[in-house]
Structures are given as C-alpha cells and as structure tokens.
Design a protein around this ligand. Structure first.
Ligand code: SAH
Ligand code: SF4
Length: 431
C-alpha cells in the first residue's frame, strides 16, 4: 500500500512541477513515506534524515516531508525532535501535499496534517492516473480496519474501514489499463471486507474483469473471517483471478489467536482453505506469522509449525512480535527475546524447506508468465507466474507486457529461470 501511495504522491507532485529524481543530492523536496507496523520505524526516519542532512551539508536544505503511518502516529514528536523536517502528513491527508510544498517554498512554519479525511483524499487523488506505465499496477480499494487485533497499529494509523466507490474504482482500473497495466492488484488492509453500497469484493472483481486488456487480477490482504462464499465461487469462475491467496493466520494456536483478538479459530481458518481448494484445486496460499506473541509457550509455537506443515504455504512472512505503543498488547508481558529469536529461526527453516520442495517440483514444468520489465542484462526479462513467483528468461524479442508459456529450467529460493516455449502440452502445467 505504501508503494501505491508513493506512486500517487509522485503523480500528485508532478502537478506542481516536482518530478522524481534518482539523485538524492539534486532534490528540491524530499518525501519520506513511512510504515509503522513494527518497531524501529521512527529510528529509521531519524537515520534517513541524518543521511539527507549529510548529503546537503554544504548546500541549502530541500523541503522535507515525512508522510505515512509514522507521521500519523508520531508526527508531533518528529517535528519537535528533528527540526530538519518541515511537515508531517498522515495517510489520509495526502491531498494536502502540494499545498504544503507550495507553502513551504515560501518558508512557513512546520506543518502537521494528520486528520482522517479519507473521502476528501480519494476525491482529490481520483483524477490522477498512474503515470509510470506499470505492467503490474496497484489499486487501493479499501483502507483502514475495524478488526482491532491487539498487536496492530493499523486501526489507529489508517483509521476506520473505508471502501471507495465501485464506479470510481472501475474508472481508475480502466485508466491503469489504458496506461499499459495488464495486471492489477487490489489493495486494502482488509481487502475482502470491501463493501460499497452492498457491493462486495467479488462484485468489484467481476466488473474489473470485463476490461478486455486486463489479463490478471490479484487482491491483498484478506482476513479469514471475511472470506465469503461469493469470493470462493469467483475463484472457480473468473479466469483472470490468479490462484494465489495471501491469507494471514499469525499463529497456529487457538489460545494465542484468541488472545490476539483475531476473531477466528484454526479450525475456521482451515475450513476456509478447504472450501477454496474445493472450488479451485490448483490454488496455493501464502501467509503472515507473528512469532513470540506475549503468552506464547513452546507448545503454542509448535502448533504454528504444524500448521505450516499442514497447509504448506508456498510463501510466508514471519516476524518476532513487536510491541507497538498505543495498542492493547503493548501492556502485556513480552516473552524472552532470545527464545523468540530461536523460535523464529526454527519456523523460518521449516517454511524454507516447504518452499524449496514446492519450487523444486516446478522444474521441467510449464508456467504462464506475465513479463514486466527487462533486467540489467542484455536480452533478459523479468516477470511473474500465476503464483507470483519471480521468473527470469532470456529472449531475443521484447517480452514486456506479454504473457508467455515458460518451461522452468532451474529454481532457487527467490527466482525461477526458464525459457519461452511456443508449443506446449497443457498437461505439463505447474501445480
Ligand atoms: N490485515 C492483515 C495484516 C496487516 S499488517 C491481517 O489481518 O492479517 C501486516 C502484517 O504485519 C500482519 O499480518 C502481521 O503478521 C504483521 N504485524 C502487524 N503488527 C505486528 C506487530 N505488532 N508485531 C509483529 N508483526 C506485526
Ligand atoms: Fe491489523 Fe489486519 Fe488485525 Fe486489522 S485485521 S487489526 S489490519 S492485523
């Protein structure tokens, strides 16, 4: 979502003639878009600003804005502690960025915009296209969250659940496709809770899937509790919907799930997975895990490992629990950090083994790949298969924006290496 936001900010500032540069020392305005989900986020801000100060030691200072969830949660402190920062702007106030920059050009006082003005924000960002001509584009359809998991800052930094209008989103999707997108990933902190005037995520996907030149649709991140049957059925019926679902579970222990206020049990989680697999047998799953949540015993942790082995997630994101100020879990007693580290290593080893096994099975299989760009090497292209695996192939002809059948020749933990095959046998398809 921050990548999507950064792109929109970049589109927005073009309107007042600020264009992105790769050369830090050349910038007239520096916008640091931040994430607050785990600790050290604020330290990173000070660190980055330190780097900037060094770069500009002998030059006049650029305008410095801190945007995103760190600005939302700790804006006042940032402005007080770091005078180099001119303004903090929370995620629901991005529409004020240009005015802020223009005001700062006239050297006004530090500015703090951290109100929740989500409707106004999307209204003013709506007329903008993603001008980067990305083959795979993001589209934020929903923001904020009403679930209040005890460890999570999102309900406080991004605010209450808000769904954008279906009409507006179809329009934006069309614009993205006109600008070259072949794949759209619909984004939301709780994307399958999308609900605009009774229109659900499945209605929106169905509408967007009618755009002829749009070939692939993904969505992230889903909550198990909101995985309704209409969405399950859509996976069976909508060819453009990709067969990988990111479905965070956080823990394999019912006790911990309850203490986290996740609002579902492991049995309910597994039944969602079963239901989806029944509708679409070649589907795969990825997930998020929090290791070492307060009160997690080794027995609870083992249940998380069992769940990993049971579902065989093809990708997983795991982190040690990080106490976030302002959340209910912040006041709980943390488990010993060294133990948490040992558990994380054990978990990640198991996850990597499962991932390796899955990947090795892909060798000599066929895979359908949408190519996004060239690599830095001559005649080499980067794309993603239907399961979001990175794929690299060599090709004499330009593959950007094309979907090709690939034979996988080699794999490592991050990438599949293959060759384009024009005559292929459907039976050899991966998964
Ligand atoms: N809405 C999604 C997740 C959004 S946050 C869901 O409900 O699953 C993205 C991920 O960050 C979470 O899935 C969780 O694994 C991780 N995360 C959030 N808060 C965290 C914390 N305090 N400590 C460690 N990881 C955290
Ligand atoms: Fe955070 Fe996701 Fe829970 Fe919402 S559902 S509070 S975004 S972890």
């Amino acid at each position: 979502m921050n990548e999507y936001d950064s792109n929109r900010i970049s589109d927005l500032t073009k309107k007042i003639n600020y264009t992105p540069t790769d050369n830090l020392g050349e910038s007239d305005c520096y916008i640091l878009n931040t994430c607050h989900i785990r600790e050290k986020a604020t330290d990173k801000v000070y660190h980055d600003i330190g780097r900037l100060k060094k770069e500009f030691r002998n030059k006049s200072k650029p305008i410095v804005l801190v945007t995103g969830c760190v600005a939302q949660a700790e804006g006042d402190i940032l402005l007080k502690k770091e005078k180099y920062i001119d303004a903090v702007i929370g995620p629901q106030s991005y529409h004020k960025i240009n005015d802020t920059i223009l005001k700062l050009e006239k050297k006004s006082k530090p500015i703090n915009f951290t109100e929740f003005e989500v409707i106004e924000k999307f209204d003013s960002l709506n007329s903008l296209k993603n001008s980067d001509n990305k083959i795979s584009a993001f589209l934020t359809i929903q923001e904020g969250c009403d679930k209040f998991c005890k460890f999570c800052v999102v309900p406080y930094t991004r605010g209450a659940e808000f769904s954008r209008s279906l009409k507006e989103l179809v329009l934006e999707a069309n614009q993205l496709v006109e600008n070259g997108a072949k794949e759209i990933t619909l984004l939301g902190q709780n994307v399958n809770a999308y609900n605009f005037e009774k229109k659900k995520l499945s209605d929106l996907i169905l509408e967007i899937s009618k755009i002829e030149d749009l070939k692939r649709i993904r969505y992230t991140t889903s909550h198990p509790k909101d995985f309704t049957n209409d969405l399950v059925d859509l996976h069976k019926n909508c060819e453009k919907l990709m067969p990988l679902i990111h479905l965070p579970v956080q823990s394999g222990s019912n006790k911990i799930l309850q203490e986290m206020n996740r609002k579902h049990s492991i049995e309910e989680y597994l039944s969602v997975i079963q239901k989806i697999k029944k509708a679409k047998p070649n589907i795969e799953f990825s997930s998020d895990f929090i290791i070492g949540y307060p009160g997690e015993t080794y027995g609870d942790f083992k249940k998380t490992i069992e769940l990993m082995k049971d579902v065989k997630f093809i990708n997983s994101y795991s982190f040690i629990y990080s106490a976030r100020p302002g959340t209910p879990a912040y006041y709980l007693k943390n488990i010993n950090h060294d133990n948490a580290k040992i558990r994380l290593t054990e978990f990640q080893k198991t996850a990597e083994k499962i991932k390796s096994k899955y990947r090795n099975k892909l060798v000599n299989k066929m895979s359908s790949v949408l190519f996004e760009n060239k690599t830095k090497y001559e005649n080499e292209y980067f794309g993603r298969d239907e399961y979001f695996n990175s794929v690299i192939v060599k090709s004499e002809s330009n593959l950007i924006g094309k979907i090709k059948n690939i034979k996988v020749l080699e794999v490592n933990q991050n990438t599949l290496f293959g060759e384009v095959v024009s005559n292929f046998n459907q039976k050899n398809y991966a998964a």
